[in-house]
Design a protein around this ligand. Structure first.
Ligand code: ADE
Length: 353
């Protein structure tokens, strides 16, 4: 196993931490990673939204506990920042299981996965983030491991090659992906516990998340400021928390209240407009409109025009633009909608579109 891979496997903290641990937070506020961890809910009650998934999981976990079995394998998919990793950690906590986390790109060789699997203890949860980036040969080792708890490895090459079969301890695989379409049908079908799509949050849910995070960060935030952050949060908790922290920074530096005006100033400084679009979102729309006459334009052409990776456009920018109804995906490529044109016109009133 590569050392990178070894580092990426971490055991979930065994220490109990709840949203009430605000003193600990205050003393370590400089550490951004720690803050991100801390804003994440660690008990179900604090996990806002995704009601359908929560309801299903609670039945699944209760039934598995009654049968004294680890829960079956689960797959979460959806745009980044909606809480896939958080769900995996909550499940580990609920089932009192140890969580070992890794990711598709960190598993480079069959041996890496074999080593991870053979080091599992009974009842462990193995979390694989970005599972769509696992290569085919490794995927095939995963199939029997998921299905029958056995690890089949081929030793040697040519006529003298032989397969050895190892029994693995019972475990639960929880995988996450932003790209469900890239997963092969055989892999998808092995998530016998279920395949769950995380949805964008409502504005009300995002406001609730901001309220909770502000409490943890011990910042006094006005109601209108919460609404303003929510409006620009792309229906995504990770973005909401990021915008809250940046607005808090400005309020702190200015020694002012965390008001709607402070939020607007902080987010305007970051180039985030009133519906949450950043400079790249706007460039994407402008390029479709101006360079390609409104579209349709193919993803590869669009990526080249923007100097962005196709995957980044598909994973990060498009889901929200589609959700807003600002772009449409057709078989011939992406087109801009009338609604997006209006939005761009409002941003640049002197521009003829
Ligand atoms: N932080 C990130 N995701 C969250 C959620 N779903 N509920 C509460 N806080 C969150």
């Amino acid at each position: 196993m590569s050392s990178k891979n070894k580092d990426s496997i971490t055991k979930s903290q065994k220490t109990e931490q709840t949203s009430q641990d605000t003193d600990v937070v205050a003393s370590r506020e400089g550490d951004v990673n720690f803050l991100d961890q801390t804003l994440r809910p660690t008990i179900w009650k604090d996990y806002i939204g995704q009601k359908n998934i929560k309801d299903n999981l609670q039945i699944l976990l209760t039934a598995a506990a009654q049968r004294k079995h680890p829960p079956e394998h689960l797959l979460f998919y959806g745009p980044p920042g909606l809480g896939k990793t958080t769900l995996a950690h909550l499940i580990a906590k609920e089932t009192r299981a140890q969580l070992k986390a890794t990711s598709g790109p960190a598993i480079e060789k069959v041996g890496d996965l074999a080593s991870i699997l053979t080091n599992l203890s009974p009842g462990d949860i193995l979390f694989i983030d970005e599972i769509h980036r696992l290569n085919k040969a490794i995927e095939e080792v995963l199939y029997p491991a998921m299905e029958s708890g056995s690890l089949d490895i081929i030793i040697g090459k040519g006529p003298s090659a032989r397969t050895i079969q190892l029994d693995l301890p019972p475990f639960t695989l929880i995988a996450a992906t932003t790209r469900i379409a890239l997963l092969s049908a055989p892999l998808r079908s092995r998530f016998s516990g279920g395949v769950f799509k995380l949805e964008f949050y409502t504005n009300e849910e995002i406001e609730e998340i901001i309220h909770r995070s502000a409490k943890i960060l011990k910042v006094d935030i006005e109601t209108e400021a919460k609404t303003e952050i929510a409006k620009r949060s792309r229906f995504t908790p990770r973005t909401a928390n990021y915008l809250l922290k940046r607005s808090r920074d400005l309020a702190q530096v200015r020694e002012s209240k965390l008001s709607k005006e402070t939020v607007m100033e902080a987010l305007n400084l970051l180039g985030i407009d009133e519906v949450g679009l950043n400079a790249t979102d706007r460039a994407l729309l402008t390029v479709i409109e101006e360079k390609f006459n409104g579209g349709p334009v193919g993803l590869n052409t669009l990526a080249a025009a923007l100097s962005e990776e196709q995957a980044t456009i598909e994973d990060v920018y498009e889901p929200y633009l589609l959700q807003l109804g600002f772009i449409e995906r057709t078989s011939r490529g992406r087109t801009i909608t009338e609604r997006a044109k209006q939005h761009l016109k409002l941003k640049n009133p002197n521009k003829l579109l």
